[in-house]
Ligand binder design. Structure first.
Ligand code: NAP
Length: 309
């Protein structure tokens, strides 16, 4: 039985190559290629668009090729009975920590201000913060958030984390609920969003949220664009309610040419590159899950469809 491969927004070629290397050429079909007599029950997939999943009427397992599964649930033909798994990969996790650390240091050492000063050749020395004087709030303590929080704590930052269930993470003060979030926002210099996009977290970074932050706070959104109310962010920045933002994800990607966030002086933009799955390592996980499916064994890294993550 072959694997189906459906990829939007990324180049499918490396995935096709890696999967075919492990499975054989005739065992992997790239969307929309599918001979009439071939049935696909296991689909490796990234950001399906509405109408594409119904191309596979026999679908039993959807193997998401990244960590975030929100796009899957947004497809209006998502088959409710399908099992969903996602990629959990040490490189993906570590890369996210490195990106978050780079964003913190960018603002902590005033690089944005010095870059602006270069335009006027201004020699202006600003006070900087040290890691040990800096508090980081990490929203979401899952695969990526827990690792990022612990590594930042090891670097010497004071780290507070937010999740639904309580955790024991070295060096991380973990809080829950609305009260927990308020406590973090009242203290954090940097707020890293690593929540999954669900019905509960959509639009969480809004005016009400920014009103609870310190005026020195920097928002680092590496979760999803749907977490952020972009207009509220611009108003909070312009009113000095928060200091700055590093944004890697956007409601519309690529970020449209005319979008004001491209040129906002207090915003640092990256094109959804904080961390991405490496087909070379992730293909092994896809094939392992496929073999588990065939053998009737539990799948690795199952997504809880009710929780949406
Ligand atoms: P995960 O393992 O599913 O963890 C999610 C975490 O969020 C868990 O700790 C969970 O709490 C917490 N959470 C969920 N809903 C919550 C709520 N309503 N209130 C408080 N906490 C809540 O996810 P992950 O693998 O770490 O990935 C996180 C997200 O990062 C992905 O969903 C994706 O959107 C994003 N991402 C971005 C990039 C990029 O390049 N920018 C790359 C990869 C992933 P419990 O532990 O208590 O369940």
């Amino acid at each position: 039985m072959p694997i189906g491969l459906l990829i939007n927004h990324w180049n499918p070629a490396p995935w096709l190559k890696m999967l075919r290397k492990r499975m054989g050429d005739s065992e992997v079909y790239l969307y929309p290629d599918l001979p009439e007599d071939v049935s696909v029950e296991f689909l490796a997939c990234w950001r399906p668009e509405s109408g594409q999943l119904s191309h596979y009427p026999d679908l039993q397992v959807i193997q998401n090729l990244g960590a975030g599964v929100d796009a899957m649930f947004e497809a209006d033909d998502f088959p409710a009975s399908a099992k969903v798994s996602r990629i959990v990969d040490p490189d993906l996790t570590h890369d996210m920590y490195e990106h978050a650390l780079a964003c913190i240091l960018y603002w902590m050492k005033n690089f944005a201000e010095y870059e602006a000063d270069r335009a006027t050749r201004s020699w202006r020395r600003l006070a900087y913060q040290r890691m040990r004087e800096t508090t980081v709030g990490v929203l979401g303590l899952g695969e990526l958030g827990a690792y990022t929080a612990m590594r930042l704590a090891q670097q010497g930052f004071e780290v507070m984390g937010w999740s639904r269930s309580s955790k024991q993470l070295d060096g991380v003060q973990d809080l829950q609920g609305e009260e927990g979030l308020r406590t973090i926002l009242a203290k954090a210099d940097y707020i890293i969003n690593l929540l999954p996009l669900t019905d509960h977290t959509r639009g969480i970074l809004d005016a009400q949220f920014f009103a609870l932050c310190q005026s020195s706070a920097v928002i680092i959104n590496v979760g999803r664009g749907g977490h952020l109310e972009e207009r509220d962010l611009q108003e909070a920045l312009d009113a000095g309610k928060i200091r700055a933002a590093s944004l890697d994800v956007f409601v519309t990607e690529p970020l449209p040419q005319e979008h004001p966030l491209w040129v906002h002086p207090k915003v640092h933009v990256t094109p959804h590159v904080a961390s991405f799955s490496n087909p070379e390592t992730a293909a092994d996980q896809v094939v392992e899950n496929y073999q588990r499916y065939l053998a009737g064994k539990p799948l690795l890294h199952r997504v809880d469809i009710d929780k949406q993550y």
